[in-house]
Write a protein that binds this ligand. Structure first.
Ligand code: NAD
Ligand code: DAU
Length: 332
């Protein structure tokens, strides 16, 4: 039995990961989460208390982190400020949590010899041209565009340096855009679904031609668990499910699934420095660890996600007005 400390385990991907671990393994989980605006405490409430404990706290709190790390066999580090648009308005918490927080975790796993898996993003590689046949691989040079992706790139570099200089036992993964239940409604897909529930037209940044490589969060979870248990120390694994779609295609799919005409959307102010295209080549993960995505049909995964947001309006409704007021102030 493993005792696993999951930072950010109340967030979108972290909470789905905790559900995955409790369902598919016999590990016991402690979640360390600050419960920022992005957290979903509710997602953890239905889990058995004897296998999942929530500790509310900040990953930059050295004493707290040290005590928790010393009592676990492994740390899976999801905690982060995660939204690009927020990082353009105020980068400060991104530097604090994503860089100083990761440093704090690294020092604790170094002191106690605890295994670490660091969860990162494909955005550290910058973007690709729309007509470029290339995809990101583990060898692609780092070229982050936004304060968010730069802070995640910084955290990745710290992890690699701690592996090389101090012998910390860590792996890294860089995943593409996740979708599924419990994603905050500031993000693209849940924002458009909840807009349509409210009779508001979906909002596309700029022309809507930017491409994202979608993966169901459940597939991200299974990949992280495989890397934690079978990945080679010091290695980076890219996680992706061959899900490239333009934002326009995704909006039109949501419109179709929710019974609206294909042109029932509007263009709004583009994101500053907006990355054009992300695309992941996950050959290394698939060939070395035998991992495969289970959610290969994006449209049916999206339909299930729409159903989930319709069924869980009580969870997202209290957040909706403030999120939309923030976007409206930015012309988005
Ligand atoms: P999220 O914003 O939904 O959740 C982040 C969680 O971290 C929240 O529960 C929040 O309360 C917690 N947190 C924030 N600051 C903290 C701090 N200082 N101390 C403790 N807890 C803190 O994010 P997400 O979308 O679930 O992303 C999780 C991780 O996965 C991040 O590291 C992100 O960079 C990475 N990632 C996300 C995606 C994606 O598509 N969302 C893709 C690839 C990688
Ligand atoms: O690639 C992985 C990254 O994916 C993660 O590291 C980030 O944490 C996660 O937030 C996500 O980043 P993106 O910036 O790609 O996701 P977001 O949901 O904010 O936007 C997806 C695309 O949709 C992007 O091209 C911007 C666009 N967009 C977004 C919103 C909120 C719109 O066109 N309209 C919108 O209303």
């Amino acid at each position: 039995m493993q005792r696993v400390l999951v930072t950010g385990g109340a967030g979108f991907i972290g909470s789905n990961f905790v559900h995955h671990v409790l369902e598919h393994t016999d590990a016991v989980v402690t979640v360390l989460d600050k419960l920022t605006y992005a957290a979903n405490r509710e997602a953890l409430e239905m889990l058995p208390e004897e296998r999942c404990t929530l500790v509310v706290g900040d990953i930059v709190n050295e004493e707290l982190v040290d005590g928790l790390v010393s009592a676990h066999d492994a740390v899976v580090h999801f905690a982060a400020e995660s939204h690009n648009d927020n990082s353009l308005k105020d980068p400060s918490p991104f530097v604090q949590t994503n860089i100083v927080g990761t440093f704090t975790i690294l020092e604790a796993v170094r002191r106690h010899g605890v295994r670490l898996h660091h969860v990162s993003t494909d955005e550290v590689y910058g973007d690709l041209e729309l007509d470029d046949p290339a995809r990101f691989t583990e060898a692609t040079p780092y070229a982050p565009s936004s304060p968010y992706s730069a802070s995640k790139a910084g955290s990745d570099h710290l992890v690699r340096a701690w592996v090389r200089s101090f012998g910390v036992e860590a792996t890294l993964s860089n995943c593409s855009n996740n979708y599924g239940p419990w994603q905050h409604i500031e993000k693209f897909i849940p924002r458009q679904i909840t807009n349509l529930v409210d009779g508001v037209r979906p909002k596309l940044y700029g022309a809507g031609l930017n491409v994202r490589d979608w993966i169901h969060t459940e597939d991200h979870s299974s990949a992280v668990w495989a890397i934690l248990n079978h990945g080679r120390i010091g290695e980076t694994y890219l996680i992706g499910a061959d899900g490239e779609k333009s934002n326009l295609e995704v909006v039109q799919m949501i419109l179709r699934l929710m019974g609206h005409p294909q042109d029932d959307f509007e263009h709004v102010t583009d994101r500053a420095g907006h990355d054009l295209r992300y695309a992941i080549d996950s050959t290394k993960l698939r060939s070395e660890l035998g991992w495969q995505p289970q959610y290969r049909d994006f449209e049916s995964g999206l339909a299930a996600t729409i159903d989930w947001y319709r069924a869980n309006e009580a969870w997202w409704r209290p957040k909706k007005a403030a999120v939309e007021a923030g976007y409206a102030a930015a012309g988005q």
